[in-house]
Design a protein around this ligand. Sequence first.
Ligand code: NOJ
Length: 543
Amino acid sequence: MALPWWQTGVVYQIYPRSFQDSDDDGVGDLAGIIGRLDHLSETLGVDALWLSPFYPSPMADFGYDVADYCDVDPLFGTLEDFDGMVEAAHARGLRVIVDWVPNHSSDQHPWFVESRSSRDNPRRDWYVWRDARSDGSPPNNWLSAFGGPAWTWDEATGQFYLHSFLAQQPDLNWRNPQVEAAMLDTLRFWLDRGVDGFRIDVAHFVGKDPEMRDNPPRTSTEGLFKPMAGYDSQVHLYDKGHPFAHDVFRKVRAVLDGYGGDRFAVGEIHESDWAKWAGYYGAASDELHMPFNFSLLYVPWDAAEIRRRVEALEAALPAGAWPNYVLGNHDEPRIATRFGPERARLAAMLLLTLRGTPTLYYGDEIAMPEVAIPRDLQNDPWALRVPDVPTRDGCRTPMQWAPGDGAGFTTAGVEPWLPFTPDLDTHNVAAQLSDQRSLLQLYRQLLRLRRSEPALHLGGFAARDDAPDGVLAYHRRAGDADFLVVLNLTDDGREATIPSAGAIELSTHLDHAGAAGARVALRPHEGMILRLTPGVGAGPAVP
Ligand code: NOJ
């Protein structure tokens, strides 16, 4: 049986504010995306696009504060534009995934406006309201991920409400069946409009301890994904990840399965305990199709450590579950800055040759760096509230399509909502398309090879034990096809043994291909994909 598109395909994330401006306001929009779909289908050859939120929103958290789950913010266009985008994407064979934000709405959502209007409003219980403790303090010690307590006092009605993020993002009460019904309906709204799936924002936050117990203090940094200042003072035992989330995801899955066409759900779940992480596939494969796997985002650039994490993922996967990898998104510093520009090519080869669905982040294909945004131009509410946290604005800057004023993103003379890189004139899609050895050309070739070779999009994974120090080597195999990927993660040259006769299919440096001998020389930061002819030629046994 053919595997579904979300297993064999590659997902490309678009941050709508920053992809293409079509109406000269310096902010990207849906019509702009339609005009750039060829970049996805023709230039790159990806299979699906994921759109970060485009819903009506006061933009306190750049759209992750949703004021209407079933409409489009005028900044981005209209529902008709959305329909046109889905139609245009589908006409190119591209699937469309939209962001779904179930944990919290905007405080401007009519549901919350009603809920906070009085204690006896029928929607009061749609959010999480609690009395103060006798000393006037919040009902428990839970913290907002964006700094300070997770509770805000509502003077008018004399209670606190819960917000795991900003005070403008009150948490919905998923234990109320009316909330569940209304939110599942929002899924149906977009499914009926033809979307192929959802990326579920902070998915595990919908599971909270019903007794709302205090979180215990944290005594070690083990298992932390990245530093989050004061939020790290606690183990987040009770404010997220409660098994109740599984009930919610089973219901989400049932909605998706009620539609034809392999509709898909991927959850944003930061969970360092592999067993708990794997639990989100569902005990009977009846929850999320995949929880995002972020384990390589901050991996030390070390072959042994990358291998350890890849094998840990493979070992954690429940039977039949499909892996995936993420190296960048709108919340994390750009790959080219996090790993360093000379490693961006290896990161591309790694991401596109591991076993599992890769998610690419717009702009990483041209190695857009983290752009330094002066404090007075910063927007990210998290960094503005918590000084120790780096701003997420730097990874959300407009796509650089072409040299010159506006960068092809917007009209010359229009101020983009965030600045371009200072080297825009040489660092853009057009420049990289005309350079046969650019990173963009490497992405194109990797994507083409991955698409045309079943071993690379659905084959097995086996790491080799005989790789030289600092080199990560693994096979991808399906049927008779056997590809060997060798990645030199060091600053020095290395020699890798080739276990059977083979040919270099692709080098990260894009400057040589052809027959390989029993050993292949790798330059610093070079990776190669070799096509092997199993059983031909000498070399150590394939593991
Ligand atoms: C995760 C999203 O990726 C991030 O951008 C957002 O700020 C938080 N969830 C809150 O919705």
